[in-house]
Every structure is written in structure tokens, then in C-alpha cells.
Design a protein around this ligand. Structure first.
Ligand code: BT5
Length: 321
């Protein structure tokens, strides 16, 4: 955690209460001048901090930044989040996770950012990532599984995101092949998994997860491939992003352990139960037409064509027809 995060965490643990410069300097083991400098930096970032000579500092308001200390509170994961990095801003958490992975970062490292300046979707698309409203998260994993099984991990994240939205906000979240989570037919989350592997061996997999939590209608781009929504738009309530991040990591960790022990079958079952396109007629990339009959063990969508043959679809955008 940076000094900035530690000071914020200290303020937030005692809302509206003055914390003396001396207490901060002792707790963080930095000089009083350094405390003052960090407070100035926080003010520049939009935090309203009152300073009184005899009492110290207190936080009156400011942006809702995610802090690793708040996400880690009570987290009991076996794999994920042993190292959890929360950044104010980054180009893309997936790009940062890849850099860290190449430098040898450990299995289970989690990168979260408050804002992405170049958030990525699939096929070079952009993921709109405004400041302080959503979750932008990348998880670095080093699973010892065959390379062809790596795409299965996307379904694990999709199930964990949909179930967390159901559990915390009673939202009827559904999964859409291959990498979306929808509420009422609108996209609320997108997943982007990236892998670094040789023919036989996975070096690492990055699970990129973007969930629209407190995003307001005017923050969505005008041109969208698919209608989109957020928890705020669905429920009318602003949600606690740290709590969502914590619940999601906890659930993902459980499913990842299960996946390593038992393979893809339990996740596939959950995914199929959450997919409301099962047995529906769909079109892939405005060409192939058929009925969704399930998910294959490598993550391919099983599509029954009109002549009865079952086609395995490896990539593409699915639209109901
Ligand atoms: C995705 O791509 O859905 C994958 C999105 C993954 C984002 C996460 S955030 C953390 C991590 N770091 C990254 O850099 N990325 C990951 P795709 O299926 O290609 O969908 C992209 C399309 O969704 C865009 O072309 C827009 O039409 C639409 N879109 C963009 N931003 C959106 C948003 N915030 N909510 C809903 N739809 C959006």
C-alpha cells in the first residue's frame, strides 16, 4: 500500500474525526513534512481535507477510491489476492498484469484500477472505464493445466460475476457466450482473458474483469455494440465497490480451487444454468444461424444447425434472432 492509501485508510477508519499529524507520522513511519505533502497530493486528487493546527487533519469528502486494505478486509482466499495492487489510474489493468507477470509476479496477483485510460475489449475494442465508479480488475494465474483448457477460465469469471451480482443486489444476471454478463438483456460486465503460453505449457493467464457498478447513463459511450447497464441504473442505488470486489474475489477463488480439483464440469453446469440463450435460436456474427445446445469442454459454443448437425463455434458475437 502506498502512503497515500495508508493515510486514506486511516481517515476512513475514523470518519469525520481529526487525526493528528503526529499520529499519522508515527503510524506510517514517515516525517511530519511527508505527511503534509501526501495530504496536499490527496487534495489535488479531489479529497476535501480540513487541517487544524491543534487537532490535525480530517477527511470531509472526496472521490470513492478503492483501497486494497478495504478489499482485503476478511478475505480468506487460497489463491487470489495474496498480492493485491490498487492503482488510481492505469492504461489497462490487463496490460499492467502482463508486465508484472513477465517480471515474475506470483500466481493470484490482483490488479485493480479506479480508472483506465485505455481499457481493452476483445479484437482491439475499447472498454469505457470512467473514474471511481466501476470495477476494473485483472487476475494473474499460473495454472498447471493443458493449454487448450485455458479458455475455460473465462466461464469461471462469468459465473462468479453473475452470481455476485445476484447475491449482493438481487439482480437477475445472466451469462452470454463467450464473455459477457447481462442484466435484462443489457451488458453489465465484460471479460477479457489473455494468455502467454508455449505449445505445451501455460506461463500465465490473465482474467480481465470489468463490471459497471455506479456508472451513470451519461458515462456510457453513445455508440455501443450491445445495450449496456450498471448496478446503479438497475437498482437506483450506489453500491460499495470494495465490498463487491471482495465478494467477487472470494467467490472466484472458491471456483478456481474447485476447477483445479474437479475440472470444468461443475463450472460448465453453473454456466449453462445462468445462460438464458440455451435452446434459443441465435445468429453468430450475422451469418451462422442455429439453436444453442450447450458449451463444449474447451469452451466452444455448441450450435445445432437447421439440418441437425451440431457446429462448434470457437469465436464470434452471438445475437438472439
Ligand atoms: C469485453 O470486450 O467485453 C471485454 C471487456 C473487458 C474489460 C476489462 S476491465 C479490466 C481489464 N482490463 C482491460 O483493459 N480490460 C479488462 P468486448 O466483448 O469486445 O466488448 C467491447 C464492446 O463493449 C465495445 O466495443 C463497446 O461497444 C461496449 N462497451 C465498452 N465499454 C463498455 C462498458 N463499460 N459497459 C458496457 N459495454 C461497453
Amino acid at each position: 500500500m502506498t502512503s497515500r492509501d495508508k493515510i486514506l485508510s486511516l481517515f476512513r477508519s475514523q470518519p469525520e474525526v481529526f487525526v493528528s499529524g503526529q499520529e499519522i507520522s508515527q503510524t506510517l513511519n514517515i516525517s511530519r513534512a511527508a505527511v503534509w505533502k501526501q495530504v496536499e497530493l490527496l487534495r489535488e486528487q479531489g479529497f476535501e481535507i480540513e487541517a487544524q493546527r491543534s487537532k490535525g487533519y480530517r477527511l470531509l469528502g472526496g472521490p470513492d477510491l478503492l483501497l486494497s486494505s478495504e478489499i482485503e478486509k476478511g478475505l480468506t482466499c487460497l489463491h487470489l489476492g495474496k498480492s493485491l495492487v490498487c492503482l488510481a489510474e492505469i492504461d489497462s489493468t490487463n496490460a499492467r498484469a502482463r508486465q508484472l507477470a513477465e517480471q515474475g509476479a506470483a500466481d493470484g496477483t490482483v490488479i485493480i484500477a479506479d480508472r483506465q485510460s485505455a481499457g481493452r475489449g476483445r479484437l482491439g475494442r475499447r472498454w469505457e472505464s470512467p473514474s471511481a465508479v466501476n470495477l476494473y480488475c485483472s487476475i494473474l494465474l499460473r495454472p498447471q493445466i493443458p493449454v487448450q483448457q485455458a479458455p475455460q477460465l473465462t466461464f469461471l469469471s462469468a459465473v462468479a460475476v453473475a452470481e455476485t451480482l445476484n447475491q449482493l443486489y438481487k439482480l437477475p444476471a445472466k451469462v452470454k457466450w463467450p464473455n459477457d454478463v447481462l442484466v435484462g438483456g443489457k451488458k453489465i460486465a465484460g471479460l477479457l482473458n489473455e494468455m502467454n503460453a508455449e505449445t505445451e505449457q501455460i506461463h500465465f493467464v490473465i482474467l480481465g474483469i470489468g463490471v459497471n457498478l455506479n456508472m451513470a447513463a451519461e458515462q456510457f459511450p453513445e455508440e455501443l455494440n450491445y445495450p449496456a447497464t450498471s448496478v446503479l441504473l438497475e437498482t437506483g442505488e450506489t453500491v460499495d465497490r470494495a465490498l463487491f470486489a471482495r465478494e467477487l474475489l472470494q467467490r472466484l477463488d472458491g471456483y478456481y480451487c474447485e476447477f483445479l480439483d474437479e475440472g470444468f464440469v461443475p463450472i460448465r453446469r453453473r454456466w449453462e444454468a445462468l445462460c438464458d440463450m440455451m435452446n434459443l435460436r441465435v445468429q453468430i456474427d450475422n451469418s451462422l444461424l442455429g439453436t444453442v445446445v450447450g458449451l463444449d469442454s474447451d469452451g466452444a459454443l455448441r450450435l445445432q444447425l437447421d439440418d441437425g448437425r451440431v457446429e462448434r463455434v470457437m469465436a464470434g458475437d452471438v445475437k438472439p434472432v
